[in-house]
Design a protein around this ligand. Sequence first.
Ligand code: HDD
Length: 697
Amino acid sequence: MDDSAKFDTVKGQGGETHQQVHHSGPHTPEGHLTTNQGIRVSDNQNSLKSGARGPTLLEDFVLREKIFHFDHERIPERIVHARGSGAHGYFEMTDSLADITTADLFQRAGERVPVFVRFSTVAGGAGSVDTPRDVRGFAVKFYTKEGNWDLVGNNIPVFFIQDAMKFPDLVHAVKMEADRAYPQAGSAHDTFWDFASLMPETTHMLMWAMSDRTIPRSLRTIEGFGVHTFRFVSAEGKSTFVKFHWKPKLGLQSTVWDEALKLQAADNDFHRRDLYEAIDSGAFPEWELGVQLFDQALADSLPYDVLDATKIIPEEVVPLRIVGRLVLDRNPDNFFAEVEQVAYCPANIVLGIDFTNDPLLQGRLFSYLDTQKSRLGTANFHQLPINAPKCPMRNFQRDGQMQMAVPKGRANYEPNSLGAHGEEGGPRECPVTGFTSFAAGEGKDEQGDKLRVRAELFADHYSQARLFWKSQTDAERAHIASSFVFELSKVGLKMVAPRMVANLRNVDEDLAARVASGLGIDLPEKAPAARAPIDIAPSDALSIHKNMKATLEGRKVGILICKDTDAGALKTLKADIEAAGGTPFIVGVQIHGIPLSDGTKADADGQLLGSPSQLFDAVFVLLSEAGTQRHLKEAASIEWVMNAFGHLKAIGHTKESHPLLEKAGVVHDEGVVLADEFIAAACKRYYEREPSLRTLA
Ligand code: HDD
């Protein structure tokens, strides 16, 4: 019997009708539906009425409870990072840091710590699309044996602002505009660029935001960064500065802008689905954890401030030490209970890790705890299974809304002498193993008078933006300049674009000229710089293109087939893609029973209209001669091929499919190949194709 429920209408004794349902589910007492009070429910289809056509009765507690609970299902979404996807997994230490930190999770190579990770976009609401141009959140909760540590980072190593005081302004400016409530999930609008152009400290992050980092192909192909400088503290009490980096095993990969735009139409849940399906199929996403370790003397020698979240330390200056790996191997059982209710707090740290005086970090230490009370409605949110530590937790905090714990005894204060009277006196502090804060900042100006100021080097807003620009390939530079043009072209306030370009002249004259020319405006005068920018040697780590992997692993290949597609060729192609670690996805005009050349039938994985080529990393046009003739009259097929070409993907094809490629405007290059060369070609994108396809700034 299948699982579906079948409805019947039956006559009651008085001639009235009842909608009845026949279930195939279990009929054991454990399988019975109950109310929240445990009362067994006899009828889940009909409310209680006085007469078949009479009024529904207020006494129907089954109906009232069901509707009451439904009415309160939603909770406030996150003020930022509302749209997100999460997964369970583990962190495995591979290289012990025992000499540098006492943090328990960094002691023993080979040991695993459970984690829950949530990825997110920043600006859009919980129901917004996955692929706008936006920063991605990368938040990791480590359930260590000595308490929870939350590393709440992004896929960009710097931030827009330097001081938490400006965070509400930044977020108000980037989210949908206050009066009109649009645009949703995007920065290409007046208020964001008005704010950004007035705040030169945003310039470095803007360079990253306008790069393809903000239009990733997959959450599995992004880096993650802790952003701030943190401290490790050793058993001897020695402090070492640390910056955290996540490096994806699959390498970096982004989409191109036109593809990201089209993905918004093709699949709102593109990244969520990709993450879920990868984990579900056993292709577990993986990252390496790298740390940059340095001391105060090195910090003092740098021409930028390590307490400034708008600055990086290039890997060439402080190399990464890879110390562990993060593997996501389990999808959530319930999205709301886990992904929606997970409450990250940068203030959650463990012994052996400590904060620095970064003024952005310091503000975050307040904000996250505070926001969780507003979202989850109670100070007891830490008791939710997804938030609770997996190590012992006991103290004298009591009561509050939704208290789940049932503490025993009289001792809810300390000191107490109740233990002495044969009662349980409760836990006690431990000066030896308890958390102690690192005594004080040793750096210049880290203590002194109360002042509302910023440190001297924070005033350098352009040097690292320039470093970023210089570290990019030509193709990446064209994308960055073009993104500035795209976004500023959406801005109606006339003073904003010239003001932004005036700032960019401090980054690079060529960039500024290209953006001005793309916008069709005169080059404005250079904005005065609060501190003259300096030149820093380029860093390969900042480029996506220098950190991509030529691989089919974790990638999806769309195969367009037709009625008499060559069955043998289809079989071989699928096997070759799978052998290379990729996923074949068959696309057809109809989805079921497509007759192949040898008389067998194939099912497609997706129908052509719902499976445009932007969903795939590479495509293969596996059409027969007759099939090609039919597809020449199919607009969706022509677009399928045209967009694959425009999105710089490899296109495999049969000789017979050639007329379709011609009609789609495909020009033969290294990425347009027959079957024998396809697997090698499909492992990469063809950025060199782009200048012949679209106008780039
Ligand atoms: Fe934040 C959420 C990352 C600065 C205040 N932030 C949030 C999330 C991430 C980040 C990944 C989503 C967590 C999740 O998945 O639930 N935020 C960052 C990074 C920052 C940063 C990398 C700079 C380095 N944030 C920042 C500042 C403030 C906040 C300066 C406030 C002073 N952030 C919040 C918040 C959120 C949040 C309002 C919204 C929902 C939540 O915390 O749980 O408290």
